[in-house]
Design a binder for this molecule. Structure first.
Ligand SMILES: [Zn+2]
Length: 270
């Protein structure tokens, strides 16, 4: 990538990509009706961004109770038989923060794509942070539709009720400098959001969260888990607009090929 005239993160901003272990699942969860029955191993992407104004996390992976040697059934129940998590305690988000030289209590902002069990699991590790989610997602998480309930594990956030939240209704420029922009991308869940990071050297990076799991979703494959399919496909269109407008990259939440090709700590993107 060449540097872009749109790049607006201050010099010294660093983007790290890590994973909260792996899940093994039927690929049709990710690409509806396509490759049904094909089992694949996928990463559970999380991001840490060092910005001069503070350390920011986007998505927190699974809860420490899911990590080995615990039996994930004890915490996730039957969902563990659909997504088969394999995660060590060292891969949980607080340990990932330590690996890049910080402490969990120093994290300033935690942004959530949504409140499903593989994205919000680490929320209670950051009681001092400001937590950023769509207001609609907070309402959904604390009272999901009955058919959505297995994926919203109440134990993940039952002690996070009184945390400090920025509850968004739409888009938000985190530091007012255009570096980290939160974009409303409903469809996967009612209040899903994605993050755009505009780095001086790497250029524009769109962090999809679960609004798109794999490149196939950008090519027309409906995501296999959706609250609202029309909104889900509209949100995917937004990724393409930004990619094309800014010659940017789209980083997927659960794409093993892309994840394995990327740099990971101690390496970073700047
Ligand atoms: Zn996910």
């Amino acid at each position: 990538m060449t540097s872009s005239s749109l790049a607006v993160c201050p010099k010294g901003t660093k983007l790290y990509q890590v994973s909260s272990g792996t899940l093994k699942l039927n690929k049709a969860w990710l690409t509806a009706m396509r490759d049904f029955g094909k089992m694949i191993d996928i990463p559970v992407a999380m991001y840490m961004i060092e910005h001069p104004n503070g350390l920011v996390i986007f998505d927190t992976g699974v809860n420490p109770e899911v990590a080995q040697p615990n039996d994930p059934h004890n915490y996730w129940g039957g969902v563990a038989d659909a997504f088969f998590p394999t995660v060590t305690r060292e891969e949980i988000i607080d340990k990932q923060v330590e690996k890049i030289g910080h402490k969990a209590e120093h994290v300033k902002y935690v942004i959530y794509s949504h409140f499903h069990l593989d994205h919000v699991g680490g929320i209670e590790l950051f009681p001092n942070a400001t937590h950023i989610a769509q207001k609609e997602e907070l309402k959904t998480a604390w009272w999901p539709e009955p058919w959505q309930r297995p994926a919203f594990v109440q134990k993940d956030f039952d002690d996070a009720r009184n945390f400090n939240y920025n509850q968004l209704e739409g888009d938000w420029d985190l530091f007012g400098d255009g570096c980290i922009t939160i974009m409303s991308t409903p469809g996967h869940t009612q209040g899903h959001e994605s993050v755009i990071v505009r780095l001086p050297k790497t250029g524009t990076v769109v962090l999809t969260g679960d609004a798109a799991y794999l490149p196939e979703n950008l090519q027309g494959a409906l995501p296999g888990i959706v609250w609202n399919p029309e909104k889900a496909m509209d949100s995917i269109e937004k990724f393409k607009w930004i990619r094309d407008r800014e010659n940017g990259q789209v980083w997927f939440s659960h794409d093993p090929e892309q994840y394995n090709a990327h740099k990971h700590p101690p390496e970073f993107y700047e």
